[in-house]
Design a protein around this ligand. Sequence first.
Ligand SMILES: *[C@@H]1O[C@H](CO)[C@@H](O)[C@H](O)[C@H]1NC(C)=O
Ligand SMILES: *[C@@H]1O[C@H](CO)[C@@H](O)[C@H](O)[C@H]1NC(C)=O
Ligand SMILES: *[C@@H]1O[C@H](CO)[C@@H](O)[C@H](O)[C@H]1NC(C)=O
Ligand SMILES: *[C@@H]1O[C@H](CO)[C@@H](O)[C@H](O)[C@H]1NC(C)=O
Ligand SMILES: *[C@@H]1O[C@H](CO)[C@@H](O)[C@H](O)[C@H]1NC(C)=O
Length: 493
Amino acid sequence: MKKNKEKSAHDVWYSGFERYFIKPPWRSGNKRDAATVLVVFFFFLFLGALLFVGWFDASVFRGISIQKPTVTPTRMPPKFPLKCTTGNLTQQTCPKNYPTKHNPTTNPDRPSNLTTCPSYFQWIHDDLRHWRETGITRDMIERGRKTAHFRLVIVNGKGYVERYRKSIQTRDMFTLWGILQLLRRYPGKLPDLELMFDCDDRPVIPSKNFRGPNAAPPPLFRYCSDWHSLDIVFPDWSFWGWAETNIRPWKNLLTDIKKGNSRTKWKDRTPYAYWRGNPWVSPVRQDLLKCNVSDQNDWNTRLYIQIYIEGWAWSVSEKYILACDSMTMYVTPRYHDFFIRGMVPLQHYWPIRDNSKCTSLKFAVEWGNNHTEEAQAIGEAASKFIHEDMKIDYVYDYIFHLLNEYAKLLKFKPTIPPGAEELCPETMACPTNGTHRKFLEESMVLSPSDTIPCTLPPNDPSVLRNLLDRKVKSTKQVEMWENEYWENLNKKQ
Ligand SMILES: *[C@@H]1O[C@H](CO)[C@@H](O)[C@H](O)[C@H]1NC(C)=O
Ligand SMILES: *[C@@H]1O[C@H](CO)[C@@H](O)[C@H](O)[C@H]1NC(C)=O
Ligand SMILES: *[C@@H]1O[C@H](CO)[C@@H](O)[C@H](O)[C@H]1NC(C)=O
Ligand SMILES: *[C@@H]1O[C@H](CO)[C@@H](O)[C@H](O)[C@H]1NC(C)=O
Ligand SMILES: *[C@@H]1O[C@H](CO)[C@@H](O)[C@H](O)[C@H]1NC(C)=O
């Protein structure tokens, strides 16, 4: 462990630090997908890295911390850390002292500033467009209950949950935790609402079943969707930590990755496309194995099988890969999460054909090694997107606007169901221990934000049309280059 402490993320992840990463699609078979490369790597990383998280209050490790809200002298807002009762934790109650309102403009040191949200926020309008004309009735919501893990209710700024079934691992807990932190970040700013949340992987509301003006599809929130489904995309639980795989909360993780990125210059990295993961979860991945270097062929690709404790993500690892400065080679995906729709081939990643991966990869790597500045720029653009447009503040703002726009569509008055639990850090975190506890505390919002959410641009379908247009064009461009390259090569032979 001592030794790991000096290692950066990358030492464990890739042996030599490669210039290019392959990002195969998520599950395309029926088996659960595994979260490719990163899980094991982060596991080792965090064994070591968590030891040096300096600011991390040692009381976390002692289990229970009893602290009064501390008022610091520099006009910072008071902090409200976790307050667990000693003794019987099942009798833990929610403290009543957290502010229910906060006006950021009252703090002259950190004036609120109006910024426009990153452009991928436009997808919020798109995800909700099916209900724009009809609004959302209680009946529509109830029809999402079939597969939902919980119902979230917000009334008068407080969150409540009605649980229906257990989710995989602790996805539900960390998702609810994220929503609770949003409520603490912007107290009193979210309108009343009710929604159904499904924590499983695959979208379940096929749009073909809901055509016509009276179709009334159930609005159902989940972590990903595809072009044939109406499921509403919500940031996944791992932004607040993925305890089972030891992937720490996003904010500090990004800082760790940034440090790692600065350790090996792009030009010093190995000039191959690299992938490490579990190929047996999907035929696309098994197909990818054919591209490994052999006596007959060198596709500029180095692939390693890594099978580890079942990890399950579809795109959870995507954001970590894209944050690493290497150029990501993205095999045409089927599913999308909330941010990938804002990324563009050739600007943020290199598109790889699904139906001819090896030739596509070989060309891509050779192109990158011929055009190092451009390839490096693509890697950096993705990294910049992830580190800036996807920083945790914007993740919160995305959820804020998604819920806010959603609530505008509700045609009934949300009410707290009998038997629903109030969400508060104490009832959620105090009974936990170990890594779960550590990550919950690490990602806890201690006081209201002194900034207001970024401004959501009004619905403008032309923005998304242009974006999709650029995606299609740049993918076609790459395919044309590839075709020319292989035609020339075949002529020579
Ligand atoms: C804690 O409180 C619950 C509910 O009041 C009770 O059922 C349980 O027996 C108590 N546990 C202990 C260890 O006192
Ligand atoms: C935002 O900050 C900039 C620079 O600090 C300032 O000039 C501008 O007036 C601020 N805008 C608002 C709306 O507060
Ligand atoms: C791919 O090739 C490398 C280098 O020869 C080898 O170490 C690795 O085990 C191979 N991977 C697979 C999945 O066969
Ligand atoms: C890379 O450069 C070499 C040498 O100039 C050239 O033969 C090859 O076609 C180039 N490949 C690509 C993909 O640009
Ligand atoms: C942590 O909590 C789990 C479940 O509540 C319990 O089974 C386990 O014994 C606890 N571990 C420690 C070290 O307290």
